[in-house]
Design a protein around this ligand. Structure first.
Ligand SMILES: [Zn+2]
Length: 106
């Protein structure tokens, strides 16, 4: 299992604050169990879901097994229908320290 960021952005025009289609999709998601749906794509845990409303960007942090399945989750879940999305391999700061110790021992 690995840590991934799902980073997205949309235009002001596509924003759920301004666009009826996007708003319907976001409000529809409110009634769904996203954690349960994510399990189908081997996203085992959603650690955080953070949004910047006026920058129209978001960052979700997930523990998952396969970035291609995260991609499917974003497509089939509708996230990718009004956001451009990046799926980013992430590590913790502690893992950065351990990697630096290996690569550049002092
Ligand atoms: Zn927005």
């Amino acid at each position: 299992m690995a840590l991934y960021g799902i980073s997205g952005s949309h235009t002001t025009e596509a924003c759920p604050l301004n666009n009826d289609t996007s708003a319907k999709m976001v409000l529809h998601a409110e009634g769904m169990n996203i954690e349960q749906i994510a399990q189908k794509y081997k996203i085992n845990k959603i650690l955080g879901q953070y949004h910047s409303a006026l920058e129209h960007t978001f960052l979700w942090l997930v523990e998952a097994e396969d970035p291609h399945l995260i991609q499917q989750f974003c497509i089939e879940g509708g996230i990718a229908s009004f956001n451009s999305v990046k799926i980013i391999p992430m590590i913790t700061f502690q893992q950065v320290i351990e990697t630096v110790k290996k690569v550049n021992p002092q």
